[in-house]
Design a protein around this ligand. Structure first.
Ligand code: ZN
Ligand code: ZN
Length: 261
C-alpha cells in the first residue's frame, strides 16, 4: 500500500504543492483552507499583474461572465493595496463587461410586446444568470481543493508531515471530503475519530459559552470557551482571514455606495 501510494503521489509531480503546503502549515488553521486562501490571493495578483493581458485569460474571464462577487471585490481590494496609484485592471475588466451588458440588453421590440392575457397566462420564467457564474478563480479553487485532499493522504505517511498535518487539522468540509476521497480505511477511521473529538469539544465549549452569558453566572471566570464561536465558525465554514479585503473599509460602501475617505 505504502509503495503504491508513494508512486501515485510522485506521479502527480506535486513537489511544488508540497512546499506551498509546508508554508501553509505554519499558520495552524486547516491546511487545505490555508493553502487555498494563499493560492487564491496569488492567482488574483498574477491575473491582475500580467495574466489579464493574455487573450486566453481575458477570454476565460469573459466566458465566465466575469468574476463572482467574492473574487471581484477581492481583486479590487488587492489591486488598490498593491498598486494604489495605477490600479487599472479592475477598470479594464469592468469596461469589458459593461460593453457586453449593453450588447445583451433586451431589444426594445421584444419589450414593447404585451404579454398574453387570459386564463392561460403563465408567470414568466425568470432566467437571469448570476454575474461571474463561471468565475475562473472559483474553478481553480475547486480543482485545487480536491487535489490537495488527494495529496494529503500520501503526505500524511511521510515522517516530516504527520506532525505538520496534526498541527493544522482539517476543517469539517475538508475532513468530510477526505473521508470520501482517501482510500485507506485506517486513515479514514482515524480522521473520523479526530473530527468527532473536535466537534464534541466545540460543542462543550459553545454550551459553556452560552451558559456563562446567563446573568446568574456572570461572575464566573472566563475559560477556554471565550473564543468558541470564532473557533466554531472557522471549523464549520473556514478561516476569517479569507475575507481580509471585505473587512477593510467595507462598511461605507455597503451603506450608500460611496467610500469614506
Ligand atoms: Zn478547510
Ligand atoms: Zn469566484
Amino acid at each position: 500500500m505504502q509503495i503504491e501510494a508513494q508512486a501515485e503521489f510522485d506521479s502527480h509531480s506535486h513537489w511544488f504543492t508540497e512546499s506551498s503546503l509546508a508554508q501553509s502549515s505554519r499558520v495552524g488553521e486547516c491546511l487545505v483552507c490555508s493553502n487555498l486562501t494563499h493560492c487564491e490571493r496569488q492567482a488574483i495578483l498574477s491575473f491582475l499583474g500580467e495574466g489579464m493581458m493574455s487573450p486566453r485569460s481575458r477570454s476565460a474571464f469573459l466566458k465566465g461572465n466575469g468574476f463572482c462577487a467574492r473574487h471581484f471585490w477581492m481583486a479590487k481590494g488587492i489591486e488598490e493595496n498593491e498598486w494604489p496609484a495605477r490600479a487599472l485592471g479592475a477598470a479594464i475588466l469592468c469596461e469589458n463587461l459593461v460593453t457586453i451588458a449593453i450588447e445583451k440588453l433586451p431589444s426594445t421590440k421584444d419589450l414593447s410586446r404585451r404579454p398574453a392575457l387570459g386564463p392561460f397566462r403563465h408567470k414568466p420564467t425568470v432566467n437571469v444568470r448570476r454575474g461571474g457564474w463561471g468565475c475562473v478563480f472559483c474553478q481553480e479553487w475547486d480543482k485545487r481543493e480536491e487535489s490537495l485532499i488527494e495529496i494529503l493522504q500520501y503526505l500524511k505517511h511521510k515522517p516530516a508531515w504527520s506532525e505538520k498535518i496534526a498541527r493544522s487539522p482539517l476543517c469539517v468540509r475538508h475532513g468530510l471530503m477526505a473521508l470520501q476521497v482517501w482510500k485507506n480505511p485506517s486513515d479514514k477511521l482515524q480522521l473520523r475519530e479526530e473530527l468527532g473529538e473536535q466537534l464534541r469539544q466545540l460543542q462543550a465549549d459553545l454550551k459553556e459559552f452560552i451558559r456563562k452569558r446567563d446573568w446568574n453566572y456572570r461572575n464566573e471566570l472566563v475559560g477556554r470557551e471565550q473564543d468558541a464561536v470564532f473557533r466554531a465558525i472557522q471549523f464549520l465554514i473556514g478561516p476569517a482571514r479569507q475575507f481580509p479585503v471585505q473587512k477593510a473599509g467595507a462598511e461605507g460602501r455597503r451603506n450608500n455606495g460611496t467610500r469614506n475617505r
